[in-house]
Design a protein around this ligand. Structure first.
Ligand code: ADP
Length: 166
């Protein structure tokens, strides 16, 4: 089944110069990249993305992680992968949430760590279901930033971005 999935290379991945390695690993899936950008993550965006974790004791640390406060690297790389069985294929290469339990050949198993405060710094995010993927892709990307009209769109009066090249 053709699916889309959201991938985030988290600030530790960028700080450790792992972008190339991670994209190479993900290319093993033979999926297509339907959108890609570098994002400066606000607290609001991080909290929306991780809304399902808001009652966890590590939530404040998790927000600092995604906004880049923990690594003094305030950006993430956001990508949408498109293709057959995309969600499962990408999750498999990422590995388990806990980097110590992730298979050593996965991205999280290779590069992740657990901080002294107990947060899983696992380098990468990948959507875990079709429902999550839709919510997350809509949160991180506008329709015009993707090469496919994955989800239904509506036309607004203001079709251009608020900033244009002079
Ligand atoms: P995943 O990222 O694998 O989909 P979750 O959505 O459950 O997993 O968790 C979101 C993020 O919160 C994880 O990627 C990780 O950075 C952090 N995290 C999850 N569970 C724990 C935990 N038990 N202890 C510390 N950090 C965690």
């Amino acid at each position: 089944m053709i699916e889309q999935t959201l991938v985030l290379i988290k600030p530790d991945g960028l700080k450790k110069s792992l972008t190339g390695n991670i994209l190479t690993r993900l290319s093993e899936t033979k999926l297509e990249i339907a959108g890609a950008k570098i994002v400066k993550v606000t607290k609001t965006l991080a909290a929306s993305h991780y809304a399902h974790m808001k009652d966890k004791p590590f939530f404040p640390e998790l927000i600092k992680y995604l906004t880049g406060e923990l690594h003094n690297r305030k950006k993430v790389m956001a990508l949408v992968y498109h293709g057959n069985n995309a969600i499962k294929l990408v999750r498999k290469i990422c590995g388990s949430t806990n980097p110590e339990k992730a298979s050593p050949t996965t991205i999280r198993g290779s590069y992740g760590r657990i901080t002294t405060k107990g947060l899983f710094e696992n380098i990468i995010h990948a959507s875990s279901s079709r429902k999550d993927a839709e919510r997350e892709i809509k949160l991180w990307f506008t329709p015009g930033e993707l090469i496919y009209k994955i989800y239904p769109v509506i036309k607004t009066k203001k079709q251009t971005e608020f900033l244009r090249w002079k």
